[in-house]
Design a binder for this molecule. Structure first.
Ligand SMILES: *Cc1c(COP(=O)(O)O)cnc(C)c1O
Length: 464
């Protein structure tokens, strides 16, 4: 499916929506056109009912292990979101208070990520916009170091999110891909620090490490990557900034792995992004990007305008954006505090590990990660199972579960995995129901007359 929608043909644009006869008295004669603006208004109850009926087909969020996005917030948060939907984040003159809440959130996060006290940052629509801003800051800083005319490159792993390739393509930066290691009969799902350093040169605007991988939940070894870049600077004089894409981990590691050093405790880490709408526990769309020092953000990227009455500085890709998710993020910070976040994330991780243990016992499925980084894990089908990950995903879908199947990145693309994302609200009971369904699905595929066994593949994952 694409986010680009083609114009429907003339026959289809004339088609009407099917409307429940109970609402037919509330709509105008001639029905509701699907692709054309209706000629006149309809009753608000009818509009609500028609759209609700259609959205119902989207599937049950509680059974959705595919998405990282928040699918549940407390009623009080929803109330607050409703009250703030009309606040435009960009209009700081008119809504100084919501701008202040944004500033408090930036401060809380930079402190959580151990900045020495000179940090600067902002909210974004999500980690993708944060990646664009973080990448642009690195590109402008590199150019300021006197590289006009050269082609910049960004060193990223094949395990990074597509937003980094997007950044490179949109802003004409070479994406220098470091493959996931593949040696002998084994592979590692994390970036290799020496490989990273060997991909860098004078035109490297930065390196991106992930905390953790969208595909497997694994954290890149950020401190070791920082050390490799320190050695690179000492030996060859090439000073490469490190950005940590902590879309998920920024809201997990401070609570579950407080002694893991991945953040501004490492001087090499110049900027960090995170998604408020993932483990930040806020409905879409909100993300965050912060720099260790205000000097890491070149001021020629910040534009000045007085179009809204009063001088404003902006560093964003879009202009207008709702302030509601910012208020909701601040709500979670007040409501949960450090201990509350820790309790939520710990439960997610406990459930993830419970599922991994249960899946290991089923046989036929081999976990590649165990939920001990992000509460996310990937599982490959055993060679003798006789069924692909995609077939298993289909069979689970028929029972209501959404568990995506996909191929690992280049060099390991022949390996198909299922990914499980455990979010707030996914309980031990639900996990046990999923295990019971998985057991039955596996029994079906192994039954005589089930799918044929497929060819063996010798690779195994390296574990820590
Ligand atoms: C989800 C994700 C992104 C993109 O985040 P959005 O907030 O959805 O834009 C970027 N990087 C990683 C590692 C992610 O998991």
């Amino acid at each position: 499916m694409s986010n680009l929608h083609k114009r429907a043909g003339a026959d289809r644009s004339a088609a009407a929506l099917s409307v429940n006869p109970l609402y037919s008295g509330l709509i105008s004669e001639g029905g509701v056109p699907r692709y054309r603006l209706p000629d006149g208004p309809m009753h608000p109850d009818a509009a609500l009912a028609i759209i609700r009926d259609e959205l119902m087909m989207d599937g049950n969020a509680r059974l959705n292990l595919a998405t990282f996005s928040t699918t549940w917030m407390e009623p009080q948060a929803k109330e607050l979101i409703g009250e703030c939907l009309d606040r435009n984040m960009v209009d700081r003159e008119e809504y100084p208070q919501i701008a202040d809440l944004e500033g408090r959130c930036v401060n809380m996060l930079t402190e959580l990520w151990h900045d020495p006290g000179h940090g600067i940052g902002c909210s974004t629509a999500g980690s993708s916009e944060a990646a664009m801003l973080g990448g642009l800051a690195m590109k402008f800083a590199w150019r300021r170091r006197g590289h006009a005319g050269d082609r910049p490159n960004l060193v990223i792993g094949t395990n990074t999110h597509v937003c980094w390739q997007k950044f490179c393509r949109y802003w004409d930066v070479e994406a220098r891909l470091v493959p996931i290691r593949h040696h002998g009969g084994a592979f590692d799902l994390r970036l290799d620090p020496e490989d990273v350093a060997s991909h860098c040169d004078e035109n490297t605007i930065g390196v991106v490490a992930v905390l953790g991988s969208t595909q497997t939940g694994a954290y890149d070894p950020v401190a070791q990557i920082a050390a490799a870049l320190d050695r690179l600077e000492a030996e060859r004089g090439i000073d490469v900034p490190l950005h940590v894409d902590a879309a998920g981990g920024g809201f997990v590691a401070p609570f579950l792995q407080p002694s893991l050093v991945w953040d501004f405790r490492l001087p090499r880490v110049r900027s960090i992004n995170a998604s408020g709408h993932k483990f930040g526990l806020v409905y879409p769309a909100v993300g965050w990007v912060v720099w260790q020092d205000a000097a890491d953000l070149p001021d020629d990227l910040v534009l000045h305008t007085d179009v809204l009455g009063g001088p404003q500085e902006t560093f964003t890709l879009n202009f207008s954006r709702s302030g509601a998710p910012i208020a909701a993020q601040y709500y979670n910070f007040l409501r949960l505090g450090f201990d509350g976040y820790r309790a939520v994330q710990q439960t997610c991780q406990d459930v993830a590990r419970h599922l991994v243990a249960g899946i290991s016992e089923l046989g036929g499925l081999e976990p590649l990660t165990d939920g001990s980084d992000l509460p996310v894990f990937a599982v490959r089908t055993a060679d003798d199972l006789g069924c692909t990950a995609h077939e298993l995903s289909d069979r689970l879908r028929r029972r209501g579960w959404q568990v995506p199947a996909y191929h690992l990145p280049p060099a390991l693309e022949e390996i198909q995995v299922l990914r499980f994302v455990i979010r707030n609200g996914f309980s031990f009971d639900t996990a046990d129901k999923l295990l019971a369904d998985l057991r039955e699905v596996l029994r079906d595929v192994r039954a005589p007359g089930g799918p044929e066994p497929r060819a063996r593949h010798p690779l195994t994952a390296l574990t820590r």
